[in-house]
Design a protein around this ligand. Structure first.
Ligand SMILES: NC(=O)c1ccc[n+]([C@@H]2O[C@H](COP(=O)([O-])OP(=O)(O)OC[C@H]3O[C@@H](n4cnc5c(N)ncnc54)[C@H](O)[C@@H]3O)[C@@H](O)[C@H]2O)c1
Ligand SMILES: O=c1ccn([C@@H]2O[C@H](COP(=O)(O)OP(=O)(O)O[C@H]3O[C@H](CO)[C@@H](O)[C@H](O)[C@H]3O)[C@@H](O)[C@H]2O)c(=O)[nH]1
Length: 451
C-alpha cells in the first residue's frame, strides 16, 4: 500500500518504519526541515530502541522516503496517516492547531480517493468534525476518515507496534474497515471496529485508567509509610487478583511523559465541555502533582537544609530507555533542589541536553555520584542494576540513597545498607537506616516478614 505518514515525531517515525517493515511503501512528511534533513541523511532526531536498524533496513529496500513537501506526499499516497502532536492547550484542552493545519493541506492537495487515518490522540468528536469539514469542501468528498488511536509506549515502541494488545479503528465505511485490515494484516492482534467517537474515547479512557492506577498505588504507598506496611508486598497482593492485575502498580514519584499528563488534562477539559465532571481524574492529577515535592521532603528530612549539598540525580527522562524529557519528574525535582541551594549533578545515558542549565550532566554514572550527599534514583535505569555499591559508598560524601522508583528489592537493600553503612529510603516501604544494629533492630521492631 502507498502510505504517507504526516508528522514524524515519536509516533510517526515508529509507525512509518514499522509499516515499511510490513512491506508498505512509506513517505514520511514533516514540517520541520531540520528533522527531515537528519532523517534523509540516515540520522535519527530521537532515540528509540531498534528504530535505527528498522529505518536503515527500510531505506536500503527503498521502502521509506522523507520529505517536507506534504503536497507530493499526499498526491503519491492512498492512505494518509496523521501523527502530529496534540499538545496542552491554554486551559488543558488538546491544542488541535497542528492537526487542522494538516487536514487543510490534505484537502488542498488531494484530488483522488484517499483514506485519512487520524492516529493522533484527539478529543471525542474531532474525527466527525474533520469528516464534516472535508465534506463541506466540495472537491474533497472523496476522503474517507478513520480514527485509529496509537497505544505504543516509548522505549518499547517497536515491540508494541508489532504486538499490540488490540488495534482500534473508528470507521464509517466497509471500505475503511478493509483498508485497516490490510494495513495491519500481518499483525497477530484483534481489531476492534467501532464508531470514531468510541475509538477516540477508548484512547483517553485507557490512558486515564492507567494514570489512575498509578495515583491509586501512590496514595496507598503514602498510607503504607504512615503505618509500616510495605507497598511492594501490598501491590503484589492486590495484583494477584486477576480482576485488578499487577501492571501499573509500581509506586514512586508519579507519572510523566508526553501522554499521561496532557491526556488527563485534555480529558478533564472534555468533561467540562460536555458538562460531565470527572472527579476521579481531578484526584489522579492532584496526587501525581505532589509526588516530586514529597521525594524532596525525604531528602530534607535526612539532610536538613539542602543549601551547599550536592545531589546526584540518576535518570532524567520521564522513564528509562527514552530521551524524552516531556513532563519528566526530574525537571521539578531538580528545580526544587536548586531553589533550595543544592548543586545538582545528573546522569542519564540518553539525555545530552537538559533544559535546566544549572544541572551538571555527566557521561559517567560514578562521576555524577562523586562527592554527593545523596543519590536520588529518578528512573529505573538499567545501568543501576549492576551498581558497584562499594564504589558508590566510597564516592559519596553522605551515604544516602533515595530510591524514587523502588527499583531495588527491600531485603537486598537491608543487606547492602548494612554492609556499606548506607541509609536507604524508598517509597511506601520502611526506611533502612545506616547502621547495622539499627537496621536489624528496626527490622525486628517492625516484624517485617522476610520473603
Ligand atoms: N509519544 C507517544 O508515545 C505517543 C503514543 C501514543 C499516542 N501519541 C499521540 O500521537 C500524537 C503524536 O505524538 P508524538 O509524541 O509523536 O508527537 P511529536 O511532537 O513527537 O511529533 C509530532 C510531529 O509532527 C510534526 N508536525 C507538526 N505540525 C505539522 C504539520 N503541519 N505538517 C507536518 N508535520 C507537522 C512536528 O514537527 C513533529 O515532528 C499525539 O497526539 C500523541 O498524543 C503519542
Ligand atoms: O506502575 C507504573 C507504571 C508507569 N509509571 C510511570 O508512568 C509514566 C508513563 O509510563 P508508560 O506508560 O510506560 O510510558 P508512555 O510511553 O508514556 O506510554 C503511555 O502513554 C502512551 C501515549 O498515549 C500510550 O500509548 C501508552 O499505552 C501508555 O502506556 C512514566 O513516567 C512511568 O515512570 C509509574 O509510575 N508506575
Amino acid at each position: 500500500m502507498r502510505i504517507a505518514v504526516i508528522g514524524t515525531g515519536y509516533v510517526g517515525l515508529v509507525t512509518g518504519a514499522c509499516l515499511a517493515r510490513l512491506g508498505h511503501s512509506v513517505i514520511c512528511s514533516d514540517r520541520s526541515a531540520e528533522k527531515i534533513s537528519v532523517l534523509a541523511s540516515g540520522g535519527l532526531p530521537i532515540w528509540e530502541q531498534g528504530l535505527d536498524e528498522l529505518l536503515s533496513e527500510a531505506s536500503s529496500l527503498n521502502r521509506i522516503r522523507f520529505t517536507t513537501n506534504i503536497k507530493s506526499a499526499v498526491q503519491e499516497s492512498d492512505i494518509l496517516i496523521i501523527c502530529v502532536g496534540t499538545p496542552f492547550g491554554p486551559n488543558g484542552e488538546a491544542d488541535l492547531t497542528q492537526l487542522w493545519s494538516v487536514v487543510k493541506q490534505i484537502a488542498r492537495h488531494s484530488t483522488e480517493k484517499k483514506f485519512l487515518v487520524v492516529k493522533s490522540t484527539v478529543p471525542v468528536g474531532t474525527t466527525d468534525e474533520i469528516d464534516q469539514w472535508l465534506q463541506s469542501v466540495s472537491a474533497n468528498r472523496n476522503i474517507d476518515v478513520i480514527h485509529n488511536p496509537e497505544f505504543l509506549r516509548q522505549g518499547n515502541a517497536i515491540r508494541d507496534f508489532f504486538h499490540p494488545d488490540r488495534i482500534v479503528a473508528g470507521c464509517r465505511t466497509d471500505k475503511a474497515k478493509h483498508v485497516v485490515s490490510d494495513l495491519y494484516k500481518d499483525l497477530p492482534s484483534p481489531i476492534l471496529f467501532c464508531d470514531s467517537r468510541s475509538s477516540e474515547l477508548i484512547k483517553y479512557a485507557s490512558n486515564a485508567f492507567l494514570a489512575m492506577k498509578i495515583s491509586y498505588i501512590n496514595m496507598i504507598a503514602d498510607f503504607s509509610e504512615q503505618t509500616g506496611a510495605r507497598i511492594d508486598v501490598v501491590a503484589e497482593g492486590i495484583g494477584m487478583d486477576s480482576r485488578i492485575g499487577e501492571a501499573f502498580l509500581r509506586a514512586g514519584i508519579g507519572y510523566g511523559g508526553s501522554c499521561f499528563p496532557k491526556d488527563i488534562m485534555a480529558f478533564r477539559a472534555m468533561g467540562q465541555k460536555w458538562d460531565c465532571p470527572m472527579p476521579l481524574l481531578d484526584s489522579t492529577v492532584s496526587i501525581n502533582r505532589l509526588r516530586p515535592r514529597r521525594l524532596v521532603n525525604k531528602l530534607t528530612d535526612e539532610l536538613g537544609m539542602l543549601k551547599g549539598k550536592r545531589i546526584a540525580l540518576l535518570g532524567l527522562a520521564f522513564k528509562p530507555m527514552t530521551d524524552d524529557l516531556r513532563e519528566a519528574p526530574s525537571l521539578q525535582i531538580s528545580r526544587i533542589c536548586l531553589e533550595q541551594g543544592a548543586a545538582v549533578h545528573a546522569y542519564d545515558p540518553h539525555v545530552s541536553d537538559y533544559p535546566v542549565p544549572e544541572v551538571v550532566l555527566h557521561r559517567s554514572l560514578y562521576d555524577a555520584i562523586d562527592s554527593s550527599d545523596a543519590v536520588v534514583i529518578v528512573t529505573e535505569l538499567e545501568q543501576l542494576r549492576c551498581l558497584d555499591w562499594q564504589i558508590v559508598s566510597k564516592k559519596l560524601r553522605t551515604r544516602l540513597i533515595i530510591d524514587g522508583r523502588n527499583m531495588f528489592a527491600w531485603e537486598e537493600m537491608l543487606h547492602i545498607a548494612d554492609t556499606f553503612d548506607m541509609t536507604y529510603i524508598s517509597v511506601g516501604r520502611p526506611p533502612i537506616p545506616a547502621s547495622a544494629a539499627a537496621g536489624a533492630d528496626f527490622y525486628k521492631a517492625n516484624q517485617i516478614r522476610s520473603i
